[in-house]
Design a protein around this ligand. Sequence first.
Ligand code: IPM
Ligand code: MN
Length: 369
Amino acid sequence: MASQNILLLPGDGIGPEVTTAAQRVIDWFGRHGTTKFEIESDLVGGAAYDAHGEAITDAAVERAFAADAILFGAVGGPKWDDVPYEHRPEAGLLRLRKDLDLFANLRPAICYPALANASSLKKDVVEGLDILILRELTGGTYFGEPKEIVTLENGDKRAVDTQVYTTPEIARIARVAFELARTRSNKVTSMEKHNVMRSGVLWKEVVTQVHETEGYDDVKLEHVLADAGGMQLVRNPKQFDVIVTDNLFGDLLSDVASMLTGSLGMLPSASLGLPDEKTGKRYSLYEPVHGSAPDISGKGVANPIAMIASFGMCLRYSFGMVSEADMLDKAISAALASGARTGDIADGGNAMGTTEMADAIIAELESLA
Ligand code: IPM
Ligand code: MN
């Protein structure tokens, strides 16, 4: 029997609640298929800081390297506002992304038919939406050096973050964009700010060059300035197929895109490295786009769909279990169609909790099986 080893990193806030819901879905697939899932858990974020004084331990990072895939909940919260910058909860996630070189972050925004009314945008703008934001995840402003706050001679302070990209970093994310577009509607929109940023100039140049010289002329490529792209995302999002953009713009634009689907609680993501040349193994981490939502944490009301759909992406991209991934997507869609709603996507009363939403999805899996 095939076996896959999953490292669960539930993290903080609603992270553990939505991870527990996803774990029930994993268990369901373990009972109903030909793949066994071995699950280990560890601490990350504020939870790791409280236990070990750092946002992730070396031992947990080693487990991450050893796992076939990582499922990550969420990190952060006001409780850790005053911890030293290098130990803040987010540092655990950033270290995993960097150490495992998870440069390609896939953030699909799909508007399920049943939720076309849940978006704050008009129904005809979002109905049928299916776009993919591809965010570069290991470079740019998040990691560029210098990154510091220094005190000047006159006592003023000066803060610096550095936006930096090299040719290979841009080329490899561009290739992923073109390859993904080929499996979808064959169109890539690259978003940067070449009108004010040197990194934008190079970004545009390299994406264009990869398109022209590496045989991707079957894929349509367009360039849109990132600010105009943000505007177009809420004006007419269905014009897009794959949007490729840098780390910081991708963070912003994917939060914007989430509202097209009805709620930030709907968006899954996959963070992938390059496949190893010898073994074919690629490091991968799956996480909801939403954060730890301290305001609703511990209440059992969080929407687990983004986390459960992140496991769906894990089935698809790490385990090659495409029919199971399709089945899970269908089950989520069917649960929504039958009226299952957590508070974030309900229009009116009787919203259900996290556990009930997982129940509804598992019931649909049962009837699809
Ligand atoms: C995300 C999150 C993270 C980011 C935080 C938690 C560091 O907002 O995955 O979008 O900014 O990348
Ligand atoms: Mn974000």
